[in-house]
Design a protein. Structure first.
Length: 448
């Protein structure tokens, strides 16, 4: 029988998160027992990143003197050694094993590199002893890259599709299941929040009629509505000018001059500086907080007004949208803190309240996405406005109902106790949203 030096017997262990500490202690003793077996020279234990289901992973590599010693172990002691782990932990862990030989390197199964490509440390086997990265180096295909990026979203059996149903129609179920330890079947909470928030802003910023307006033919009703609005605006303008002439503010021929130059005025895209010069700044300076009033000088407000008027607020709106995601993200820890205050006797950690808020915000994004898509679908299909309005109102009313039911399910308190706490959360949301919107507006104003 040929003898191959440097033979590696590798065992990969997947452990449920609840028993990791106990298992690590058992594994250390188990490795010591393995090294007492003839032919086992040394061992290295590596801790890898948790898998997608949240299970811990450990890799143990045993260095053997020869293949003969390994065959002897597999024939005589392997069953007993494996049974000790099964007796202790049952099905709370799983193990897979493989043998690495020098021929693996020659055949190309394991890339022959002397140092880890990630951290530069010397390699002693299939995994780096410093950072845990595999020693195998290969280029992934374009399909694998795209699958990794979009697999969670588009795979029919993906966890995101198993998550959206309970998230939408079963208030509090995802949070409750997660806190009970049943997590593998659902998408992780923060990933759910991020995916839905990204989809929300994509839907919000992308309107097919704006981006592909050339493909949409305006209806006769839309054209007539635009014409009626233009006529109404003209009438209002003429009435205002007539009143000013009657009061002696404008000369008698002002109406005629306005009619003659109306088209030129409408073509003027410059800023309406008169609106800014007549804008009263006293209220802003007197009502703003002292720290803000020191920064909102008349010159700065004047310049800000002219910028907003110049493009009808387009730049301000863009900056506002840029800051909204951060504002909504800031609300997460704030609302979790509110729940912590409202449930002081629940014996729940702060992170558990945060988990509840993350799931609720994810649901909120999902509802908004559905509302926007239905509104645009209604416009495309020419649905009656009353139908669209009723659908939007009903889904909006579902949001507070969902929040109340979620609080009842997760915290398990009676209606009499939950109602005042629910009202407290609603008030906190109202104040928090107003505050974050005010901050976002200020940041947007000073960044245009």
């Amino acid at each position: 029988m040929s003898v191959s030096s440097g033979l590696i017997y590798e065992v990969t262990l997947t452990i449920e998160s609840d028993i990791v500490d106990t298992f690590d202690g058992w594994l250390a003793n188990h490795v010591e027992q393995m090294l007492e077996i003839p032919g086992f020279v040394s061992a290295n234990v590596f801790a890898l990143d948790d898998d997608e289901d949240g299970n811990a992973q450990r890799v143990t590599q045993y260095i053997l003197e020869s293949e003969g010693h390994l065959e002897s172990y597999l024939a005589e002691q392997a069953t007993e050694m494996r049974q000790s782990g099964i007796d202790r932990f049952g099905d709370q862990f799983s193990a897979s094993r493989r043998i690495l030989r020098e021929t693996d390197i020659a055949d190309g199964h394991v890339t022959a590199i002397e140092n880890c490509m990630n951290c530069g440390k010397a390699l002693t086997g299939q995994y780096c002893g410093n950072c845990g990265q595999r020693a195998r180096s290969r280029l992934i295909s374009m399909w694998e890259l795209l699958s990794d990026a979009f697999g969670d979203l588009f795979e029919i059996d993906s966890r995101i599709w198993r998550t959206l149903g309970p998230l939408l129609v079963r208030p509090g179920k995802l949070t409750y299941e997660y806190l009970q330890g049943r997590r593998a079947r659902f998408m992780p909470p923060f990933r759910t929040y991020l995916v839905l928030s990204i989809l929300f802003f994509l839907v919000l910023l992308f309107d097919p009629k704006d981006e592909f307006g050339i493909f949409f033919e305006p209806t006769d009703e839309q054209a007539q509505q635009s014409e009626d609005e233009a006529v109404e605006i003209g009438k209002i303008r003429d009435e205002v000018i007539e009143d000013l002439i009657a009061e002696g503010v404008l000369p008698p021929d002002a109406l005629k001059s306005e009619s003659t130059n109306g088209s030129d005025d409408e073509a003027d895209d410059g800023p309406d500086n008169e609106d800014c010069t007549e804008w009263s700044l006293d209220d802003v300076e007197s009502q703003a907080p002292e720290w803000l009033a020191r920064r909102l000088t008349r010159e700065r407000l004047q310049a800000l007004c002219e910028k907003v008027v110049a493009d009808d607020g387009a730049a301000f709106a863009d900056k506002l949208m840029d800051n909204i995601p951060a504002a909504l993200f800031v609300l997460l820890p704030l609302m979790a803190f509110v729940l912590k205050l409202l449930y002081p006797l629940s014996k729940r950690y702060y992170v558990e309240h945060l988990l509840f808020v993350v799931h609720f915000h994810a649901f909120f994004f999902l509802i908004l996405i559905m509302q926007m898509l239905f509104s645009r679908l209604g416009a495309v299909l020419a649905l009656p406005e009353s139908v669209v309005a009723i659908a939007l109102v009903m889904t909006s009313l579902y949001i507070p109902v969902y929040l109340y039911k979620a609080m009842r399910r997760v915290y398990g308190q009676r209606h009499l106790v939950t109602v005042p706490k629910f009202l407290g959360v609603v008030v906190a949301y109202f104040v928090g949203i107003l505050g974050t919107l005010a901050i976002v507006g200020i940041l947007a104003a000073f960044s245009i």
